[in-house]
Design a protein around this ligand. Structure first.
Ligand code: FES
Ligand code: FES
Length: 662
């Protein structure tokens, strides 16, 4: 490696920067100086997390090579904008207006907004949005409104029209935190760039840490003949190349899914490192540990996969065909089935109905796309505990799975959350955690794994897909008489959380409506798609794709406005869910009444826009979710009565980037 020494003016001071001009990006060089407020998310120039100001222009520093950064360039990073003791108005406004949720995007947005206000001191809201669009600043959490609010508030301070006090939350007079606008406690470290997310911790690990790189399968279905690691082992800096034989426990993170009417008795094995077969693109076949991440990655590229490629079933309907190969030794591809019946035989009701609407619907697999990819550290703690630092949504279940797969007793496993740059459900699965634990067991060294955004997308779980045929019947007045659906859940390569998702298909469909007669069949199982996992509202978006569409189709056929149709059929006291259970609350007519003025306003606007030849429309939908994980509903609480009569409530949370520290 050949280096150059550049002098750059970073945050107002001259600093010597040693770098490889061809390989290093500006983001990498800045972060190596300890300025880890500049984040690397996508690493490919599309998310803006790495935004800095270079000679008066916002640049995405992850794609700017050092060879194109001139000597004596002036660079401004988040650390140069303000500090916890001396916040810039933008940072204060970001805190006050809820701009920092997971906070991973916050430094990039604040840096970008700093330049915006330098160029346009009095922007309109539209100009702020356009600036973010132009500079590719993406936020996955907030929906952008709080960010625009924050820029507008900070701009007022900078123009002298308001003070810092005016844009700082004042808790005096606050009766209760609940319902207040109290900012998140962690907002301060997030807006100043001082929150250490996984990859920031990697840069701050002590000497003697091993850095990991994965070798993942590039085909979705294959038998593994052999994995040749000989060349990789000879590469410089390599400590060890691990394969399935190096996993110390069962090498299986799967436990039997709890599924009503499971077909067959086995499980879909979920290996930490695949040794016998590949069930999806993204299965790990080898893990390289080296003294630097770069060397680990260079060695990983030398691992050879000798495979017998098998036909791949990328949808569940293909995998459920009678002549399909069984994907897992001990479980049929079609392993979940649950019927539902309510009221009269629906076939008779459909025959009598004045209006029938029917269709076929597909909800697709979906990646979670947080801004931060997956990063995991693991090490033996001084107390002998295997300690894992990561994003983690299911600490209890993850410890079970890691213990089983790696052979470490559950009580010797401790999980600590790093700051979470978004998860939205994917971190409920343990595969990357068990991988890093395996490396620690083999090397007896602390280990750190940072996935590239591409590896992250291949290796982690996704939303499961559905294929549904459904129909609905109503009378001339639009009163629903019956509905049916036949839904297939494509749960991908492994059965993790399959039962939780599956159960919602047969419990929340047509939520909020009164469907007097109902019949459904849910079926599901494996494919060679990505394994599937939790994702906001798991199971319910999949089934609403069918049921809310059917409601609209029936309304149209009956010639009734979609709001009217919903209002007519909204569940009222005495009406039952599709499972013949009472609703917990009968809020649906009231909710619709509240939505009506807004709906009418938008409808009028859309009509006017259409009259001018523009495309415009209004949508309305209804739904609900079960606040539990399927058919079992339980909770535990630990309370202690203190000597002074107060009560301590022992609790924890698993932050998914929603900033739940508040
Ligand atoms: S644009 Fe640089 S990390 Fe995404
Ligand atoms: S707060 Fe913007 S990505 Fe999370």
């Amino acid at each position: 490696m050949k280096l150059t020494r550049l002098t750059l003016i970073i945050n107002g001071v001259e600093r010597p920067v040693l770098c490889d001009p061809e390989k290093d990006s500006l983001a990498v060089a800045i972060r190596r100086l300890g300025l880890t407020g500049t984040k690397i998310g996508c690493g490919t120039g599309v998310c803006g997390a790495c935004s800095v100001i270079l000679n008066g222009k916002v640049v995405r520093s992850c794609t700017r090579k050092m060879k194109s950064v001139p000597e004596f360039s002036e660079i401004l990073t988040i650390e140069g904008i303000g500090t916890p003791q001396h916040l810039h108005p933008l940072q204060q406004a970001w805190i006050t207006y809820g701009g920092a949720q997971c906070g991973f995007c916050s430094p990039g947005f604040i840096v970008s907004s700093y330049q915006l206000l330098a160029e346009i001191p009095s922007p309109t809201r539209e100009e702020v949005r356009e600036w973010f669009r132009k500079n590719r600043n993406l936020c996955r959490c907030t929906g952008y409104k709080p960010l625009v609010d924050a820029v507008m508030a900070a701009a007022r301070v900078m123009r002298g029209e308001a003070t810092m006090k005016d844009i700082t939350y004042d808790s005096a007079g606050e009766k209760d935190i609940y319902g207040s606008k109290r900012p998140r406690p962690t907002a301060l470290v997030k807006v100043t760039g001082l929150a250490d997310y996984g990859d920031d911790i990697k840069l701050k690990m002590p000497e003697g840490t091993a850095y990991l790189a994965v070798v993942i399968s590039e085909v979705p279905h294959a038998k593994i003949i052999s994995i040749d690691t000989s060349e990789a082992e000879k590469m410089p800096g390599v400590y060890k190349v691990m394969t399935a034989k190096d996993v110390k426990g069962s090498n299986n993170m799967a436990s039997p899914a709890v599924i009503p009417r499971q077909k067959g008795k086995g499980i879909t094995e979920f290996p930490v490192i695949a040794g016998k077969k590949i069930s999806r693109r993204g299965d790990v076949v080898a893990l390289v540990a080296a003294d630097t991440e770069e060397r680990a990655r260079a060695a990983a590229r030398k691992v050879k996969q000798n495979l017998e490629v098998l036909p791949a079933y990328m949808t569940f309907p293909e995998a459920a065909m009678p002549n399909a190969i069984q994907l897992h030794e001990s479980l049929p591809n079609f392993y979940m089935e649950q019927p539902v019946f309510k009221g009269r035989d629906t076939v008779e009701v459909f025959e009598e109905a004045a209006v029938v609407a029917e269709g076929s619907f597909h909800s697709q697999h979906e990646p979670h796309l947080p801004l931060e990819p997956d990063v995991v550290q693991a090490y033996w703690g001084v107390d002998g505990m295997m300690t894992i630092q990561c994003k983690c949504q299911s600490i209890g279940e993850n410890r079970d799975a890691i213990a089983m797969a790696t052979g470490i007793p559950k009580d010797n496993i401790r999980m600590l959350l790093n700051y979470v740059g978004g998860s939205f459900g994917y971190s409920t699965s343990s595969n990357t955690f068990a991988l890093v634990v395996t490396a620690v067991q083999n090397l007896d060294m602390p280990c750190s794994l940072t996935l590239s955004y591409e590896e992250f997308n291949h290796m982690t779980g996704k939303r499961s897909a559905t294929f549904t045929n459904g129909r609905i019947a109503c009378d001339k007045e639009g009163k629903i008489l019956a509905a049916e659906y036949d839904v297939a859940l494509d749960h991908g390569a492994y059965a993790v959380v399959a039962g939780h998702i599956f159960n919602n298909l047969v419990s929340v469909g047509f939520h909020g409506y009164n469907i007097p007669n109902f019949k459904a069949l849910a079926r599901g199982g494996s494919s060679n798609h990505a394994f599937n996992t939790a994702y906001r509202g798991f199971g319910s978006p999949q089934i609403y794709t069918c049921t809310e569409a059917l409601i609209d189709m029936a309304a149209e056929k009956a010639g009734i406005d979609p709001w009217e149709f919903r209002y007519k059929n909204a569940a009222r006291p005495g009406d039952l869910t599709i499972n013949s259970r009472p609703y917990h609350d009968y809020v649906y007519p009231t909710l619709l009444e509240k939505a009506k003025p807004i709906y009418d306003k938008y409808k009028a606007e859309a009509k006017a826009a259409k009259a001018q030849g523009r495309h415009a429309g209004v949508g309305i939908g209804m739904g609900g979710f079960i606040i539990t994980v399927g058919m079992f509903d339980s909770a535990e609480v630990a309370l202690e009565l203190n000597p002074d009569g107060t009560i301590t409530h022992y609790n924890t949370w698993e932050d998914m980037g929603h900033g739940v520290d508040i």
